[in-house]
Design a protein around this ligand. Sequence first.
Ligand SMILES: O=C(O)CCC(=O)C(=O)O
Ligand SMILES: [Fe+2]
Length: 207
Amino acid sequence: MPTELPASDYGLHQPTLDGLAQHGWSQQNLFLSHDLTLALAAECRAGAAAGALALAAVGRGTAQAVRGDIRGDRILWLEAGQSAACDRYLVVMEALRLALNREFFLGLDSYESHYALYTPGAAYGKHLDRFRDDDLRTVSVVIYLNPDWQLEQGGALRLHPLDAPSSDIAPMGSRLVLFLSADMPHEVLPATHDRLSLAGWFRRRPH
Ligand SMILES: O=C(O)CCC(=O)C(=O)O
Ligand SMILES: [Fe+2]
């Protein structure tokens, strides 16, 4: 994996880190360059066209099941080396991991992520990104790959902070959302158009 970070591929702003500390979540527009967003969107669409995206399951281990009534997206896990766009993205996320550790001493030591495609009407009911038997997921990340998204197309991410009113975030291209995995119930509302994203999780070192 290349280690050099092309400055033009992304920009993380300090208020984004401050917001995460203050509210348990934050968002930032124009996190990825337009060029990288388009390359990732093209890869996600190509994967879908090739049948490489699988219906996502809920739960873990023996309790894992595809439940279209709860979760309707199709996903493809990312591997380093899978494409040039993917590697550029992983370099960006490594820089974000280091920034989060510098700022918050979270001990984040790995990152896992997948493409997700929600076709019209697909949704993901209210959930937490941590499982009862896995508390390593610490910071959840979503990056949207929809360059021309219009608000009336729906598909918002609805966050339900425990101590504040809910917030809706539209899946605009190049937008980043960060939230603390353990404390933020959230859901994906259905959209009228294909909704593409990269969802990921920074995991901390096991004790
Ligand atoms: O796509 C989003 O806005 C959130 C997706 C999500 O909650 C998940 O994959 O766990
Ligand atoms: Fe989630």
